[in-house]
Design a protein around this ligand. Structure first.
Ligand code: OOG
Ligand code: NI
Length: 466
């Protein structure tokens, strides 16, 4: 049967993530160095914490970590965004969440394409933070029209990628040979181009309007601008980056260092200035440069409930009222102290986070629970008290708008900070995307509920077996 010969979307995504990593490693060697450092720190962290290692093994989460990464791209038009959605769907990646970055002075809004089911995430959680340029936030109308013109003339997907996407949609999947071709064709969209699409003069005008506009409009495609491995100890990687000749941004974005990691902590190293040729009006090529691609690492913690997230936002804002991290790092120590102090009210034990309903947990049977006969009408709390059921934090799979803004800003340079009027427009974004974005909280709640249902099911069948 035809269907049996289809390659799973999880496998296509894993192959794509590996191909992207190999390409970026060749293009930006510092990314390879960072991967080495992260691999080393992760191995050391696990060796020093056998308990962490055991929990990760038990929950089938250990293997995914060394292969885990996210990337980011910036698109220019609604048509590019909706086609990108179709391409990612072939890899089992769907748009989750809406991020408005206009408040942070960046003229884009975004979503994260990622796998959604628990099993898919365990196979390979590759994500791509995908932004759409908002030319409507650019005041200069003539420039806006010119930029639109340039964008409407480019095709960021190869003919092969489009044909294979259509074929997969039509037939319900891709066979092995097609899947391999699809990965190679789709990768082309993310490649760096050292020949710009615009004249040097136009590049400068775009750049003067906003560096990000120049980055999106001036090139043939949306080059991947960073690829981020996941570390188990971001403080250790941050501290050791200079030993590898990489200088990190001054402060880590997100929550402070804690025993029980929550949400997401990220840090990056500054974008590289790379040679680019621009074609002048007379057809000659002129050497210039462009600064866009950088490196980033992240540590992922527990996904928070709406209540936990509200507390996180409140405490983060409170710390920022005391000290705002300066881009030059001059108040880094002060900021770290204010952040740590502000987060004292956030419980720092899994039991405490669970008791206050701040985080999502996956429940499973303990060794005792697997052998036990239990009254499954009992509450979850009493099954836990009886030592039959245990809980592990569910990993946060998404992004944080304040952190994303910090990452954007650190790469755009301080002079690029601009004021835009906050204007979230999720409806417009979804219209351009051609689909609604998924709600991240529904997804975590779904995984939590399913794990509880599984525990009850197994306890009741154990009872029946006796
Ligand atoms: C995306 C920045 C956001 C993150 O990890 O928060 C991001 C970009 O610079 O295009 O990747
Ligand atoms: Ni990132």
């Amino acid at each position: 049967m035809k269907e049996n010969s289809f390659v799973s979307t999880d496998l296509i995504r894993s192959a794509f993530s590996a191909a992207m990593s190999a390409m970026y490693r060749a293009e930006v060697p510092a990314y390879g160095t960072l991967m080495e450092l992260v691999g080393k720190v992760n191995a050391e962290t696990l060796a020093a914490d056998p308990d962490m290692q055991a929990r990760l093994e038990d929950t089938d989460s250990l293997e995914r970590i060394s292969e885990e990464r996210h990337g980011a791209i910036r698109l220019g038009t609604p048509a590019e965004l909706s086609m990108m959605r179709r391409v990612f769907a072939i890899m089992g990646m769907f748009p989750v969440g809406y991020y408005d970055l206009s408040t942070a002075g960046v003229p884009v809004h975004s979503t994260a394409f990622r796998p959604v089911g628990d099993l898919s995430l365990k196979k390979n959680p590759f994500r791509v933070f995908t932004s759409l340029l908002r030319l409507d936030l650019i005041a200069d109308e003539a420039l806006r029209n010119e930029a639109e013109q340039v964008l409407s003339n480019r095709q960021i997907f190869t003919a092969g990628a489009i044909a294979l996407t259509e074929k997969a949609e039509r037939e319900g999947g891709l066979n092995k040979a097609d899947a391999e071709r699809f990965v190679a064709e789709a990768l082309e969209t993310f490649r760096w181009h050292d020949k710009a699409n615009v004249s040097p003069e136009m590049y400068h005008r775009l750049h003067d309007a906003h560096r990000l506009i120049a980055d999106v409009v001036s090139f043939k495609g949306p080059h991947i601008n960073h690829l981020t491995p996941r570390t188990l100890d971001i403080d250790a990687v941050q501290a050791r980056m200079p030993d590898y000749d990489i200088s990190p941004k001054a402060t880590i974005e997100g929550p402070p260092t804690r025993k029980c990691a929550i949400l997401l902590r990220q840090t990056s190293f500054k974008a590289l200035e790379e040679p680019v040729a621009f074609q002048a009006e007379d057809g000659s090529w002129q050497e210039g440069s462009h600064t866009a691609r950088f490196g980033e690492i992240e540590q992922r913690g527990i996904a928070l409930t709406p209540k936990g997230r509200a507390l996180y936002d409140e405490l983060l804002n409170a710390s920022r009222r005391i000290v705002r991290p300066a881009a030059d790092g001059s108040n880094a120590a002060e900021y770290e102290k204010a952040l740590a102090d502000a987060f004292i009210p956030f419980p720092d034990s899994w039991a405490g986070i669970r008791a206050e309903g701040l985080g999502y947990f996956a429940y499973s049977l303990t060794a005792k629970g697997r052998k036990a006969k239990a009254d499954t009408t009992k509450s979850l709390d009493s099954l836990i008290e009886d030592g039959l059921v245990q809980f592990d934090p569910i990993v946060y799979e998404d992004f944080l708008p304040v952190s994303a803004a910090g990452i954007f800003q650190s790469n755009l340079g301080d002079e690029a900070a601009q004021e835009f009027v906050a204007s979230p427009n999720q409806q417009r974004f979804e219209h351009d995307l051609g689909a609604r974005v998924l709600n991240e909280f529904d997804h975590y709640a779904g995984i939590e509920h399913a794990s509880i249902a599984d525990c009850r099911q197994m306890l009741s069948s154990a009872e029946a077996a006796e």
